[in-house]
Design a protein around this ligand. Structure first.
Ligand SMILES: Cc1ncc(COP(=O)(O)O)c(C=O)c1O
Length: 425
């Protein structure tokens, strides 16, 4: 907060497409899609209309014992997009919540099928699943969560694979050590392990750490072989960020639980979903007295306004995808990244897949990390009309999916000039 108070305040008054306007009248390109949520842009007429239509019916009604049309329709659409066998949708209202639900369902499932000893959790190094306790314990976010470690449940972490890729070309990759360590871990303790949780394809909050193609498939096969649930956290990667609506389908992987949030409502409203496999759902069925029920719920679970907007978001995304527009934008972004950042002074690393990119900034000996180059560059970017957030000394470029070629060009050019500003000083 002290730093926030010291920096010039920036209050957003309105948005249009990929742009945000501040209360003092400046416009900014939304280079991090309002924390990785925005899909079709701000103030989208179709999403607005869907929201207003639902407002005229009912703004909120509980899913505790009742249901409503937008919630039921959305559950059906999500089940249609999820891999075969995942058809049971549990709504919550943020990504961390969706992960907590998956973890708790996994723990309870093993109790219900008479294997209460399966309690362990495996996560991947660098994993980020949110800031609630289960999500923090399963994740591995270094100093971000370290302070709360005494209250975590125990979890084991295996190393992440390495993969450098941009413009659709893998430059180097190695998953050997990662998979070998996972095999050892599972061989030793699968009978005491409930689940493994992973962000498939890209670990966003770790700095767009990429996995080589086929990696998730190998992890899924190992989980199946050892009878350990696979939870795929697609909170960041789903809804077109990497191209597909749901990433695991494109990898040919069917997890036991799939967690969705962020882009689910196109970045309009808080909504999340945990989609479970049919046999998991069935294990929870029983009389009230049998106490098999999943006693978990959030007041605004499956909010009808959010569900109505999510339905329209999915309809629009399918159109964007079928027309090939989304892939064109992804290809264009890759070309721009390739043309702009390799070899540029200050740039030490590049990772890009889909509409997600990390540019690692090098601290030269004269420019130690303590100078916080990432923050400095992002503050310069504001002066160039671009909103970015640093992650340490990496810049994360996560544009709304609505940006066309010219706007993607602006995003990359304004980022480059902000880097140049700092390195020429
Ligand atoms: C992969 C992943 N999982 C979970 C979360 C947490 O989502 P939320 O902030 O909605 O709780 C995030 C947030 O960045 C995320 O990237």
């Amino acid at each position: 907060m002290q730093e926030y108070l010291e920096l010039p305040p920036l209050s957003i008054a309105s948005g249009q497409g990929g742009w945000l306007t501040s209360t003092d009248g400046r416009t900014f390109l939304d280079g991090n899609a309002s924390v990785w949520t925005n899909v079709h842009g701000h103030n989208d007429p179709d999403l607005n209309a869907a929201l207003v239509r639902q407002l005229g019916r009912v703004a909120h009604s509980t899913m505790l014992g009742l249901t409503h049309a937008p919630g039921a329709e959305l559950a059906a659409e999500l089940a249609a997009e999820a891999p075969e066998g995942l058809g049971r949708v549990f709504f919550s209202d943020n990504g961390a919540g969706a992960v907590e639900v998956a973890l708790k369902m996994s723990f309870q499932y093993w109790q219900l099928v008479g294997k209460p000893e399966k309690q362990g959790v495996i996560g991947m190094a660098g994993g980020y699943h949110g800031d609630t306790f289960g999500a923090m314990a399963a994740g591995d976010s270094g100093f971000f969560h370290e302070r709360f470690k005494p209250w975590f449940f125990p979890a084991d972490h295996f190393p992440a694979p390495r993969c450098e890729e941009w413009a659709g070309r893998v430059r180097s990759a190695d998953a050997g050590e990662s998979l070998a360590r996972l095999r050892t871990l599972l061989a030793a303790q699968a009978d005491r392990t409930a689940c493994l949780i992973l962000e498939p394809s890209v670990q966003g909050a770790a700095g767009m750490r990429l996995q080589p193609p086929g990696f998730v498939r190998e992890v899924a096969a190992l989980c199946r072989e050892h009878g350990v649930h696979l939870i795929l956290d697609e909170v960041f990667v789903a809804f077109g960020r990497l191209g597909p609506l749901v990433v695991c389908t494109s990898e040919g992987v069917s997890p036991d639980f799939l967690c969705l949030a962020k882009g689910l409502t196109g970045g309009y409203l808080p909504l999340a979903a945990t989609i479970a496999r049919e046999e998991i759902y069935e294990a929870f069925l029983g009389t009230y007295e049998s106490r098999r029920a999943f006693f978990h719920g959030h007041t605004f679970t499956g909010n009808p306004l959010a569900a109505a907007v999510a339905l329209e978001n999915i309809r629009k995304l399918r159109v964007l995808s079928a027309a090939g527009t989304l892939q064109e934008r992804i290809d264009c972004f890759g070309r721009l990244v390739d043309r702009t950042f390799p070899g540029r002074t200050g740039v030490a690393g590049i990772r890009q897949r889909g509409l997600a990119c990390a540019i690692d900034i090098a601290g030269e000996p004269r420019r130690p990390v303590a100078r916080r180059l990432g923050l400095e560059i992002c503050l310069r970017a504001r002066e160039h009309g671009l909103l970015l957030r640093p992650l340490g000394d990496s810049l994360l470029l996560v544009p709304p999916l609505c940006l066309g070629e010219a706007e993607l060009g602006e995003l990359v050019a304004r980022t480059a000039v902000s880097i140049d500003d700092v390195f020429s000083n």
